[in-house]
Design a protein around this ligand. Structure first.
Ligand code: HEM
Length: 465
């Protein structure tokens, strides 16, 4: 494992070399030496289910509290947020954010952003670097829908705020600074690049505080006339803390931390997911044709842009299966946040001592030949009614969004964003891989710290009208 980490192998190489060959012998529970010492890696679906449901025995790790790490990552996300807290601290945050995510379904905003993406595709001379374009698209989406802020990254990647955000977010989880927090704090002066990130974060923080204050005063004056489903999440969360619920409201600092978390949790994840869908569509022309036909049946085949309505965008069941299968093979989060066992317990018949660090290994679940038929094959039908996933002994073999009470709060939001953009792309363009693609013999993944991503992805977009 150590050799693999030092050689910067990606998570899938590690899964195939070190984890899956030992799956049966270990019953999917295997100890390994990881970033923070010994960890138990779990990829047994029944054991995963237990962990997801017994959150009192398997709370999220307090490793960052113990490390007293106060570097850039903590500064960005705040010391407490929805991903890292447990019990009542977590419940308070989730309770305010849940209704906001339920009410928000901004299909009009997604359509406007997709049209900007089309402008960029039209401007490209030859294949498009979709990873880069999708990262700009999803940054605009989370900026507008997270807190009503226009980054305009799709149209202007060199904009001031786009640069400031990318400055902070790129490589924020660099191992060096997590392992040796002092480099990110007391010795920061020795690392000018890192120091620049801290300065950009201070600017972003100032911006965020201004936006929160402005929104608060707008709401105090009666709010706006925007439809609830098109309102941004910050406004919806501020509104949720009004009137009778005032004592439940989040403080400005807590709100700021949650919105920052939405950025980190919802930006690269969604762009990586869409990047994978475009790749699998490009290399599977029959699946692409079937998904396109479904879209044309709903939106028609007039030679002009047509955007799905709130009702229509739900009517793409086959496209949804394609999206689900893409994130089985390319899950943007390949390992869940570590859990720390609160008392001596047992998982799949194995004794686990109090204090043990547990990591749920999504890739080893998704690529396991004992759980899936021909796991490396791209087959959206696995997600059909009564299909492979439903007939498995445990659906916890599929975990791109986690599960139980801590399941991803942005899942529907992200799927909606993808469905609007992908359906419109399929209507307008035929997708293919360029001859010289580095992915022509199979998708190639990168070794990055925060999310599981492919190496640079170029795609040909051929206009249909
Ligand atoms: C394809 C896109 C996405 C993927 C694959 C994804 C994946 C995940 C996963 C696996 C978890 C569970 C982590 C764990 O249990 O350790 C999670 C939690 C979370 N996600 Fe997402 N996510 C996506 C999009 C989003 C978006 C768009 C947002 C916000 C706008 C978001 C916000 C969150 C938050 C706040 C949590 C913590 C939930 C809690 O602990 O209660 N995610 N996500």
């Amino acid at each position: 494992m150590f050799r693999s980490l030092m050689a910067s192998e990606n998570d899938l190489d590690r899964t195939n070399k070190l984890v899956l060959p030992r799956w049966e012998e270990t019953n999917g529970i295997i100890s390994f030496w990881g970033q923070f010492g010994w960890t138990v890696r779990v990829n047994n679906p029944e054991a995963v289910r237990t962990i997801m449901y017994k959150t009192d025995i398997f709370p999220k790790t307090s490793i960052f509290d113990d490390l007293k790490y106060k570097g850039l990552l903590t500064k960005f996300l705040g010391e407490r947020n929805m991903v890292s807290t447990n019990a009542h601290e977590w419940r308070k945050r989730r309770k305010i954010a849940n209704p906001a995510f339920h009410r928000s379904m901004p299909v009009k905003t997604f359509s406007v952003l997709t049209s900007r993406m089309f402008e960029q595709i039209e401007k490209a001379d030859g294949p498009v670097d979709v990873q880069n374009l999708l990262q700009r698209f999803t940054l605009d989406a989370i900026g507008l829908i997270g807190f009503g802020f226009e980054f305009n990254a799709t149209t202007n990647p060199d904009g001031d705020w786009v640069k400031a955000y990318n400055d902070v977010a790129d490589n924020i989880g660099d191992f060096k600074y997590l392992f040796f927090p002092i480099l990110d704090t007391a010795l920061l002066g020795l690392f000018p690049e890192r120091k620049k990130k801290h300065e950009s974060l201070d600017r972003l923080d100032e911006l965020m505080n201004q936006v929160i204050q402005k929104k608060k005063s707008e709401i105090a004056k009666g709010g706006s006339n925007v439809d609830d489903n098109e309102k941004d999440l910050l406004t919806l969360m501020l509104e949720a803390g009004q009137g009778d619920d005032e004592k439940e409201a989040l403080t400005p600092e807590e709100l700021r931390n949650e919105v920052m978390l939405f950025f980190l949790a919802g930006h690269d994840t969604t762009s990586n997911a869409m990047n994978a869908v475009l790749y699998f569509l490009a290399v599977n022309p029959d699946i692409q044709a079937k998904a396109r036909q479904e879209v044309l049946d709903v939106l028609g085949d007039e030679p002009s842009d047509v955007w799905p309505t709130l009702e229509q965008f739900k009517q793409f069941p086959y496209l949804s299966k394609v999206m689900k299968e893409a994130i089985r093979l390319a899950p943007p989060i390949s390992r869940l946040v570590e859990r720390e066992v609160a008392k001596d317990t047992e998982l799949a018949g194995i004794f686990i001592a109090k204090g043990t660090s547990i990591m749920i290994d999504v890739l080893s679940l998704h690529y396991n030949p004992k759980l899936w038929k021909d796991p490396t094959k791209f087959d959206p039908e696995r997600f059909s009614e009564g299909g492979e996933l439903e007939s498995m002994p445990s659906t916890y073999a599929y975990l791109p969004f986690g599960g139980g009470a801590r399941q991803c709060i942005g899942m529907n939001f992200s799927m909606a964003e993808q469905r609007v953009a992908l359906s419109s792309i399929l209507r307008k363009y035929e997708l293919s891989l360029p001859e010289d693609s580095i992915h022509k013999d199979g998708i190639v993944f990168d070794c990055v710290t925060m999310t599981f991503a492919t190496k640079k992805m170029m795609i040909n977009f051929t206009r249909r009208y």
